[in-house]
Design a protein around this ligand. Structure first.
Ligand code: C2O
Ligand code: CU
Length: 466
């Protein structure tokens, strides 16, 4: 764990900075300094030059921020880029002014300026932070990092690992392909890269020991790539989705991690000492090894741990579906989407004209191209909202709601069990998701596709809570 950027303040002298955060009772204050800046990263290994990236404190991923549940987080962000920026704390139910959406919840942080975020995350779990200015470019260049809110009673594991998954589009000399936001990416699956990485490294080998119990926090920071992971015979338990605990279960299929989503796993390493096991992705036509587990020759123990792995279930406000405001959301557009015309800036236009202006997607026939558009949902604080989201396009869409978590009730009319809380559900072509949430967090919140090129090309809207 990287604690170089870790500093304790709030009544404590800075000398206590060397003491790990767990040493303090809940309610203390953890401060970080984050500087987005150009840097070089060794992504593809020694046979290639280092890749010029943008990273928080020069690292890709940015430093892991880990705070105990109940503590207050502050992050002073000093912009050392030549472009404006801002940081969004993905999945955290925080005050609107701290949400980091430039143009909606704050002005962009200009080059040379510092902006300090400060909030107390109400829920434990696995989250992440990333740029929310020209996100399709800034996230694509490396401006993201993990954010872990530690449970008071975590399950007993030998190691708690973060795998921040990304895919990069690199050229032959391992530099970032500069074709951000090109028309094809906007109108198809988004920017799908050619170099998938875990924690910024291509084809990483992860050393493990037989008998070891891992907690694996998968965080998908890709612009648009979704993952469908197979762990072979290991048969992991899923214990949390999008940061929120779920009754532990062993999925019968691959583990899907849509863009922006998180999945927490418990894995008992039951393989043979000395052996190897690839973790294979097969979301798209061509499958590949994302990482490889390599067992040391010495087992850690000969049987597996049998302690409890369940996390405390989340403390989310339960939506009242019988008294909810209902809203149907139809996602349309993109290549092969059949959308003829839509409303752009209050005017009905042919898709051809809309595309000429750089947009190709719409929600309920409205192109979400601006932060000051009328909100699709406008409710009083405390109102339950029932959403039916229909994907009428040819592409998957990870739909992210800011400031709230949604309870996933049904997929194509079939009840989802056990029920789960999500902030970035991946909706496949022609699927219909039914979700509900309590709009209890005041402010204007983005609700958008987290395939970042899709959002840039109009796939977004606003939820207003007053
Ligand atoms: Cu993770 Cu609007 O973002
Ligand atoms: Cu999308």
């Amino acid at each position: 764990m990287n604690r170089r950027y870790f500093l304790k303040i709030g009544g404590l002298s800075t000398l206590s900075a060397v003491v790990p955060s767990q040493a303090f009772s809940a309610g203390s204050h953890v401060s970080y300094a984050l500087t987005p800046k150009p840097a070089k990263a060794d992504i593809v290994g020694a046979d290639f030059p280092a890749t010029p990236v943008w990273g928080y404190n020069g690292q890709v991923p940015g430093p892991p921020l880990r705070i105990p549940h109940g503590d207050r987080l502050s992050a002073a962000v000093t912009n050392a880029l030549e472009a404006p920026t801002a940081i969004h704390w993905h999945g955290i139910r925080l005050p609107n002014a701290m949400d980091g959406v430039a143009g909606l919840t704050q002005p962009p942080i200009k080059p040379g300026e510092t902006f300090t975020y400060e909030f107390t995350p109400p829920d434990s779990g696995t989250y992440w932070y990333h740029s929310h200015v020209n996100a399709y470019e800034q996230v694509g260049r490396g401006l993201y990092g993990p954010l872990i809110i530690e449970e008071k009673k975590p399950p007993t594991v030998d190691r708690d690992l973060i795998w921040m998954i990304d895919d990069w589009r690199l050229t032959k000399d391992a530099s970032i392909s500069e074709d951000f936001g090109n028309g094809h990416d906007l109108s198809h699956a988004g920017r799908i890269g050619n170099v998938p990485t875990v924690n910024g490294r291509y084809k990483e080998v992860v050393k493990v020991r037989a008998g070891e119990r891992l907690r694996l926090r998968l965080i998908n920071a890709s612009n648009a790539r979704n993952f469908s992971l197979s762990f072979g015979a290991l048969n992991p338990f899923i214990i949390a989705i999008d940061g929120q605990a779920i009754e532990p279960f062993q999925p019968q299929q691959n583990i899907i991690v849509g863009a922006a989503s998180r999945v927490d796993l418990i894995i008992d390493m039951t393989g043979t000492p000395g052996s190897q096991l690839p973790v294979v992705d097969s979301f798209y036509r061509q499958s590949f090894d994302l990482v490889t587990f390599e067992y040391e020759n010495e087992p850690l123990r000969t049987s597996t741990l049998d302690s409890d792995i369940a996390l405390d279930l989340p403390d989310m406000p339960e939506p009242d579906v019988n008294n909810a405001v209902t809203q149907e959301i139809v996602i349309a557009g993109g290549a092969m989407g059949g959308l003829q015309r839509a409303m752009l800036n209050g005017e009905w236009l042919d898709l051809r004209e809309i595309a000429r202006q750089g947009y190709v997607w719409a929600i309920n026939d409205i192109v979400g191209n601006r932060m000051d558009m009328p909100p699709l949902i406008d409710v009083k604080r405390g109102q339950s909202v029932l959403l039916t989201i229909k994907n009428q396009t040819a592409f998957p869409h990870p739909m992210h709601l800011h400031g709230h978590h949604m309870k996933l009730l049904e997929i194509d009319g079939e009840k989802v069990e056990p029920s789960q809380w999500v902030d970035s559900p991946l909706i496949m072509p022609r699927e219909t998701f039914t979700l509900a949430f309590v709009a209890d967090n005041p402010g204007d919140w983005l609700f958008h596709c987290h395939a970042l090129e899709h959002h840039a090309a109009g796939l977004g809207t606003l939820v207003r809570v007053t």
